[in-house]
Design a protein around this ligand. Sequence first.
Ligand SMILES: [Zn+2]
Length: 120
Amino acid sequence: MAQLQSYTGGCQCGKVRYQVQVDLSGPVISCNCSMCGRSGTLLTFVPASQFTLLSGEDALTDYQFNKHVIHHLFCSTCGIKSFARGKDKSGADTVSINTRCLDGVDVQKLNVVAFDGRSR
Ligand SMILES: [Zn+2]
């Protein structure tokens, strides 16, 4: 059962702000890859149509590694990576949300699932 709810979120300094419709009753991913393992992001994925960047496009720095399929976007002022842009297996535009950056969300209550991204 998808329980889409609207959340706002963004980086620490406030330049990057977004709104997203997301179901947080499902699993969020704790990945151990060289990026997520270091930054500690807890990720959930939504279609790009459910994501609206409210401000900060010009503050974002784009970083790519490995297969260069994901745009890891971080705020050039405070360095927080609050979301990333990519494509799913079918090629549809997808946004990964760092649930730690959503306003009013207690990540301790989320259903965190480990993903072995390091081995992929
Ligand atoms: Zn910032």
